[in-house]
Structure formats: C-alpha cells, structure tokens
Ligand binder design. Structure first.
Ligand code: 1HE
Length: 258
C-alpha cells in the first residue's frame, strides 16, 4: 500500500508493482496521484531491483485529471508542469528500471508517464493519443522531450495537430512499445521482464538508466569518453568479474537464438 488511496504498491520478491488504481476515472492523474507516484519511486525498499507500472481496469491512464484543470496564471502553470517533471524524473532516474504494462488508453499525461519508463509492454487493446491539441493545451509532463525520442518529432506533431490515434500494432511499429502481446497479457509479460531485469548486476542497470540516455544526447566525442568511464566502472565491480568467470568456466548460460 501507499499513503494515497489511488495508488497501490505491492512487493513481489525483488520486484515492486506500482499500480494506478482509479479505474472509475480511467486512472486520470490528479496532482495528488502524480505526487504519490513520485513518492512511491522515491521510497522503494532497498531490496527492490526492478519495478512494473500498471493501471487498474481497462485503461492504463487517461492522462491529466481534467477536472483539476482550472484557470492558472503563467507562473502557476509553469510550477504545475515542473511538478510533473519532478515526479516523472523519479520514475526515469529513480532507483530501478521500470517496465510499463500498457493496455487501453495511454493518452496525454498517461503517455508521458509511459514514456518515462524504461521498457513498455503493450497488449492488443492499447491505443496512444495526445488529446492536448484538441483540449487547447500542450504537453507538460516531459512529453515534448521524451515522446520524440520514442517515435520522432514528426509523428508527435501529427498526433497533436490532427488528433491521430495509434492502435497497438502500428504503435509498436512506430516505437511506442518494445513488446506487443495479446489482450490481457501486458502485466504478466511486464512482470516476467522485470524479474529478468532484477537478475542483472545492479551497476549494469544503473548504467542503462543513468548513463545511456545521457550518452545518447552527448556529442560523439564526449559520449565515447562517458561510455569508456562507465564501462571501466561496471567491469571493475566484483559482480561483473564473477559473471565473466562463470561464463568462461562453463557455469553461465550462452546467448541462445531463442
Ligand atoms: C476523466 C478523464 C480525465 C476520463 N480527467 N476525468 N486526457 C484526455 O483528454 C482523455 C480524456 N478521456 C477520454 O478520452 C476517455 O475517458 C477514455 C478514452 C480514456 C476512456 O473512455 P471510456 O468511455 O472508457 O470512459 P469515460 O466514460 O469517458 O470516462 C469514465 C469517467 O472517467 C468519466 O467520469 P464520470 O464521473 O462521468 O464517470 C470521465 O469524465 C472520467 N475521465 N478521463 C478527468 N483525463 C502534464 S500535462 C498532461 C496533459 C494531458 O494529459 S491532457 C489529456 C487529458
């Protein structure tokens, strides 16, 4: 449990399951719920090595709670958006990799939240939209930064200008999700992936969460140096040495064609 009635936290071994639990409102993100997501990722127990982010009911998340959208002056709007940024940063740059289990509506701020996760699994009922354009507003939860990195600025521009909705299959092709599964199977696939992620050396997961996205944004000459520094740190960990030894001495699994 968390301290917010609309957010559930379960611990399953070394995986945390964080679930938006406001199905009657399609998991719309009130300010309180956004802050509860932040708090949940900020205070995961030390034993947790990966997380799943899920939504109760037929929809992952309907985005910003529009009933709270009131007249704000520019300063208040700025702070509101920055509050979302702070919360979603805790998801992206929190303690552990997060696998999103997508189904039904993944729209507006719900898509921004999904984009802050590290892996997205979508089931066949998933659809993606950015209705901000139709509501006369703009993204404010980091979507302008994260969504173009998934699908490109041209697709995002089209979605916001025309209200285009991507269905699950074309959404996977466009880059919203890395996995597409049958209806009702997003959570179980996400949990299986999170358990696999939890087995990695912690420093490898750290490098993938914290170094890779920054290296990808650096000019190549700086990126190569950052990569070399991260590689040197990761390979020096006792856990890395043990894993390499295990492979060389025939105790670790080979890469298999699947
Ligand atoms: C909501 C919200 C919401 C549903 N805020 N209450 N997001 C949107 O513009 C998407 C708005 N929602 C929808 O288009 C649809 O609700 C869904 C496609 C997600 C789901 O449709 P459906 O038919 O299953 O549900 P529904 O009947 O539309 O909604 C059920 C209830 O949830 C209903 O309340 P009720 O009291 O009449 O039962 C809806 O009002 C309520 N509900 N979505 C508040 N979003 C950081 S900036 C981010 C900016 C944005 O995210 S803008 C995009 C907002």
């Amino acid at each position: 449990m968390t301290s917010h009635p609309d957010l559930q936290l379960e611990i399953d071994g070394d995986v945390a399951i964080v679930r938006l639990n406001r199905p009657a409102k399609r998991n719309a993100l009130s300010d309180g719920l956004v802050l509860a997501v932040r708090d949940a990722f900020q205070s995961l127990p030390d034993t947790v090595r990966a997380a799943v982010l899920d939504g109760s009911g037929d929809h992952f998340c309907a985005g910003l709670d529009l009933s709270e959208l009131k007249e704000r002056d520019a300063g208040a709007g700025l702070h509101h958006s920055r509050m979302w940024h702070g919360a979603l940063e805790e998801v992206q740059y929190g303690p552990v990799p997060v696998v999103a289990a997508l189904h039904g509506a993944v729209v507006g701020g719900g898509l921004e939240l999904a984009a802050a996760c590290h892996i997205r699994v979508a089931d066949a009922t998933t659809f993606y939209a950015l209705p901000e354009g139709a509501r006369g507003i703009f993204v404010g939860g980091g979507g302008a930064v994260r969504i173009p990195r998934l699908i490109g600025a041209a697709r995002m521009t089209d979605m916001m200008l025309t209200g285009r909705v991507y269905q699950a299959e074309e959404g996977e092709r466009a880059g919203f999700a890395q996995y597409l599964v049958p209806a009702g199977e997003a959570f179980s696939k996400a949990l299986a992936l999170a358990k696999r992620v939890a087995e990695n050396a912690p420093l490898t997961n750290y490098a993938l969460m914290h170094a890779l996205p920054r290296i990808a944004e650096q000019p190549a000459d700086q990126g190569f140096l950052t990569e070399a520094l991260m590689a040197a740190i990761a390979q020096s960990a006792p856990e890395a040495k043990k894993r390499v030894r295990d492979f060389l001495e025939g105790r670790a699994a080979k890469v298999s064609k699947g």
